[in-house]
Write a protein that binds this ligand. Structure first.
Ligand code: ATP
Length: 222
């Protein structure tokens, strides 16, 4: 049994034709990178693992927990998979403060966290990412690096079993990109959490990928 076992198929139709995703990989690495050009199917693969998109067929298991198995009709809802997802544009809520955005990761829905939210996990992550000074700011009042830290904190606050990062550095300039890459790398080592990172940057792949999986046209390249 591998730590991460993914074998999924999905056909998507749009006006410009059909896209067929057929991705299979197994890994025992806690630092996986999905590398490939635009349109290769990287985001689709990650969203399918997170449970945001349902595959047509296949099986997904992480550390022995089956997230999806078509044959046995297993389909864990996204919130039960316990994945921490970082979106390309971070998807922070503009009307919530830094602290509320992070707390959102704990509650996931129903009601927005209050401004005075003080759950210990939230306080811890604010400290870890040195966000104390901006905890009451809104996303438009913080820097790019801080936005990324907030998004990471929100992804991590509920103690996920796996961290899924979709192009985590795409929105950052070159200099910040290098620094945040190191920060994420150290964080993964400290937490020892399995992590799948999407990128089309070879340097990201080198630093964050013990196992680099190359995707093109919806398939793993061998
Ligand atoms: N909802 C959808 N309906 C139809 N086609 C889709 C849908 N979502 C994605 N696709 C198609 O699937 C293909 C793969 O998309 P995906 O977002 O996974 O690529 P990617 O490798 O993550 O690219 P990028 O690096 O640009 O983010 C693309 O050709 C895209 O047009």
């Amino acid at each position: 049994m591998s730590l991460i076992d993914v074998s999924v198929r999905k056909t998507l139709a749009s006006d410009s034709g059909e896209f067929e995703l057929n991705v299979t990989f197994q890994s025992d690495s806690r630092r996986i990178v999905l590398l490939g050009p635009s349109g290769a199917g990287k985001s689709l693969t990650l969203r399918i693992i997170a449970g945001l998109i349902r595959p047509d067929d296949g099986r997904i298991a992480v550390n022995g927990r089956v997230y999806f198995d078509k044959k046995y009709q297993v389909q864990l809802p996204a919130r039960k998979r316990k994945t921490g997802f970082l979106f390309q544009d971070y998807a922070l809520f503009p009307h919530l403060t830094v602290r509320q955005n992070i707390a959102f990761g704990l509650h996931q829905g129903w009601m927005n966290p209050g401004k005075q939210e003080s759950a210990p996990e939230v306080v811890d992550w604010i400290k870890t990412f040195e966000l104390e000074a901006v905890a009451l700011n809104y996303p438009h009042q913080i820097s790019g690096g801080q936005k990324q830290r907030v998004a990471l904190a929100r992804a991590l606050v509920a103690n996920p079993h796996i961290l899924l990062l979709d192009e985590p550095f795409a929105a950052l300039d070159q200099d910040l990109r290098g620094r945040m890459r190191e920060e994420v790398s150290l964080l993964q080592k400290k937490l020892n959490i399995p992590m799948i990172t999407i990128t089309h940057d070879e340097q990201d792949a080198q630093v964050l990928g013990d196992h680099v999986i190359r995707l093109a046209s919806g398939r793993v390249q061998t």
